[in-house]
Ligand binder design. Sequence first.
Ligand SMILES: [Mg+2]
Length: 260
Amino acid sequence: MKPISAITASDLKQLRYILHDIDDTITNDGKLLPESYAALWELSRAGFKVIPVTGRPAGWCDMILRQWPVDAVIGENGAFVDYFEGDTKKRFFHPAVPKERLSEKLNEIKEACLKEVPGCRVSKDQSYRICDLAIDFNEDVHLGLEAAEEIRAIAERFGAVAKVSSIHVNIWFGDYTKVGMAELFLRQQLGEDRLEDKVLFFGDSPNDEPMFARFPLTVGVANIRPFAESLSHLPAFVTEGEGGFGFAEAAKLLTRLKKG
Ligand SMILES: [Mg+2]
């Protein structure tokens, strides 16, 4: 990981899309800082298309798309993208999302997690989800990574996909991912190619690793450092600040280099 100050104007020549994780990438201790929100506006006003890529629920994505300076939102770990076509709000589902979404099976997994992992709970944003089950281990409860791994193992026992974020274990059926959806949306819906030169991604944790692996232009905020040894794909650049402070620091640099 090189310091973000090492990024050059020539790295950014074709850059059009800023994709970014939300939790602990643009937030600090669960809050969206004024610095991060201003950075989103700076990037958008500089002409970048800004697309949050998150495990957060459909209900949040609807609000984010309507109120934040963003062009689309990839939600529930790649299950769908919310975006506007003219004045019309659209939701594009990944073709691998099963028809019967929050199925019986997810219910069985929920019961098993609650029974087998003491202290875990269904996330408080579960009511606003349409495709996945989120079990909280580190948002309103504080159980540590061992519990997250137990939850993940239970989900996998039922044949589900499970990803550990910094706060929840997200559990779903269907062969879709954040990176798969990013690629599908940019190629199919927006007609883009050569994504390698056009996309820059910001993340903070191991669940962002597939994005770090897929795109050459990637930035980790400083709080990724403790995970560095466990990652086989590191971001290309790292910020000095943590969370939203790091995001804001990098956004300033990107807009300055774009303006030349
Ligand atoms: Mg995160």
